[in-house]
Design a binder for this molecule. Structure first.
Ligand code: ZN
Length: 545
């Protein structure tokens, strides 16, 4: 007893010497840790971290071992991994698409005029004499009272729709957010909506400015093997999806007796009604397919007070593997994309693991697969969540962490969607930084990384980083660094770790802000909300107040 008493007294003395908040101050993010992880994951041993490859095995092992060594708990019922079944479809497109006008037939050429593919696991599929119906932008939104499919039954028919949304190129920033791309503008949205409408086919009209890229990108992205999730019932989905060139689309309208430009103008108004293009289309696909199982890696730290509420960090571990030789190198190491994000999240996990008391809410570290193949690992996770989505407070996603050095800005991709903006702004201020909107909101980057799958399910998501205003060297330097990467290293074998060129302080700054945001939310009762004019919202049953 006496010994204990002395011990207690001693403890009391020690405790009273240090102020209480200092005892609970989290360990700052360690830059050396980030560099160590990037160097490892971006080394040639990992062969560009392609899903289902030997590189995947090494990656999953490294992530699992690191989480274990930090004392992070396995996230999936005692396991650190979640199986993600992938389906690869290699479609052989028919040489032609025939448009039959009754009195006349027009032949479109594969690649040059049109491209099609199918997400269904069937050997052969096609559209045959399928009536083409122009459905404006292919958008349905109750909130806006907008329906481009009004009054039309698309069974057995092919919907022809415009790329982007009606706000693009107009002068009203409040109409479909003007030039800022909304989810309705993304082809992924149009594909999903065609499934819901029960159409046999969906053809998107390509237009360079509205799409944000030229026709050859459509050609190269949609030919060759395409990966998707396996095990889904797509039997009721729209079977054939694809694109048609602007030239051919204009001709199609003309032959049907319509002026393309006039009809686009009409499609930008809520008075628009879908109409037949008076042509029947025939085209087909022969599919080869294969399946494999990839893995998401998941760990978590159990909350000390509200363990059933979750802050979810994500970063995709995959990249594009081994490919075309460029300057004597065929390994696409993906150092920035996204060994950097994975490493930053590992460093964040390390800081959480060193806390004396776990945060009140649980914190999840999810490393997803197959982002490069179409955000598949995160899609699988939100369709098969391990931690209930309605109990998930927010998603904090890292994809490409700034290697150019510390920045004055913290740029939010998709700023304006939710209260995550204000939370990020507060955290940025405490680092002496200012918040700004992404520089190219017309390109739809908010829909192009894993947080988007969380947003779709109604979980407020944050995707941001510093990158436009260097602390010491200013905006010009930051821009040059960024542009140089995009032009020379993005999705190229030269996206390699370079300790000489990379400044870890920018990465530390961003990992720290991500830690701070998650840590504050994990110790609060806040449920961030979506803004009223966002395309996203929490399902009513999951709204907390
Ligand atoms: Zn990426």
């Amino acid at each position: 007893m006496k010994v204990n008493n002395i011990y207690c007294l001693l403890l009391l003395v020690i405790c009273s010497c240090s102020p209480p908040d200092q005892a609970s101050t989290p360990t700052p993010i360690n830059g050396e840790t980030i560099f160590k992880h990037v160097e490892e994951l971006a080394s040639d041993k990992y062969m560009g971290r392609m899903p289902c490859s030997q590189g995947e095995e090494y990656t999953v092992e490294y992530l699992t071992n690191t989480l274990k060594s930090l004392g992070v708990q396995p996230g999936n019922n005692g396991s650190f991994t979640q199986d993600v079944p992938l389906l690869t479809i290699d479609g052989d497109i028919s040489e032609t698409m025939i448009l039959d006008y009754g009195t006349e037939k027009v032949t479109l050429e594969k690649g040059k005029d049109f491209i099609i593919h199918s997400e269904r696991k069937v050997k052969e599929i096609g559209i045959e004499n399928s009536e083409m119906v122009f459905c404006g932008y292919g958008i349905v939104d109750e909130k806006l009272g907008w329906n481009d499919f009004e009054g039309v039954d698309l069974k057995g028919k092919t919907a022809v729709v415009l790329v982007n949304d009606p706000g693009f190129g107009g002068d009203d920033p409040n109409f479909f957010k003007g030039n800022i791309m909304t989810y309705f503008g993304r082809w992924t949205y149009k594909y999903d909506e065609a499934d819901k409408q029960g159409a046999d086919g969906l053809i998107i009209i390509h237009e360079k400015n509205s799409a944000g890229y030229p026709w050859f990108v459509v050609q190269s992205s949609w030919t060759g093997p395409q990966q998707g999730l396996s095990g889904l019932d797509r039997s009721q989905d729209c079977g054939v999806k694809g694109w048609i060139s602007l030239d051919q689309a204009t001709g199609l309208f003309k032959k049907a007796g319509y002026d393309f430009t006039t009809e686009i103008k009409k499609a930008r108004t809520s008075e628009f009604k879908p109409f037949s293009l008076k042509a029947k289309a025939t085209a087909s696909l022969k599919n080869d397919y294969s399946e494999c199982t990839s893995k998401n890696v998941i760990g978590y730290i159990k909350g000390s007070k509200y363990p059933e509420e979750y802050i979810v960090y994500t970063a995709h571990w995959d990249h594009i593997g081994v490919g075309k030789i460029v300057k004597g190198d065929s390994i696409y190491n993906g150092a920035l994309d996204n060994a950097s994000g994975v490493s930053a999240v590992l460093s964040i996990a390390e800081s959480y693991s060193k806390l004396k008391v776990a945060p009140e809410r649980s914190v999840v570290f999810l490393f997803v697969t197959a982002e490069e193949q179409g955000l598949l690992g995160s899609e699988y996770y939100v369709e098969n969540p391990i931690f209930p989505l309605e109990q998930s407070v927010c998603n904090l996603n890292m994809d490409g962490v700034n290697p150019a050095g510390p920045m004055k800005d913290f740029t939010i991709v998709g700023k304006g969607h939710s209260e995550m903006d204000a939370i990020a702004e507060k955290a940025a201020k405490s680092q002496g930084r200012y918040v700004m909107n992404e520089q190219e909101p017309e390109k739809g980057y908010f829909f192009r990384s894993d947080h988007f799958n969380f947003a779709k399910k109604g979980i407020p998501a944050l995707y941001g980083e510093g990158g436009y205003d260097h602390m010491e060297k200013g905006k010009e330097y930051a821009k040059e660094f960024k542009d140089n990467f995009t032009a020379n290293n993005y999705h190229a074998p030269s996206d390699e770790f370079d300790p000489e060129k990379w400044d870890m302080n920018g990465m530390v700054q961003d990992a720290q802000i991500y830690f701070n945001i998650g840590y504050d939310l994990a110790n609060s009762r806040t449920w961030p909300k979506w803004n009223k004019d966002s395309e996203f919202s929490r399902p009513k049953a999951a709204v907390k107040d």
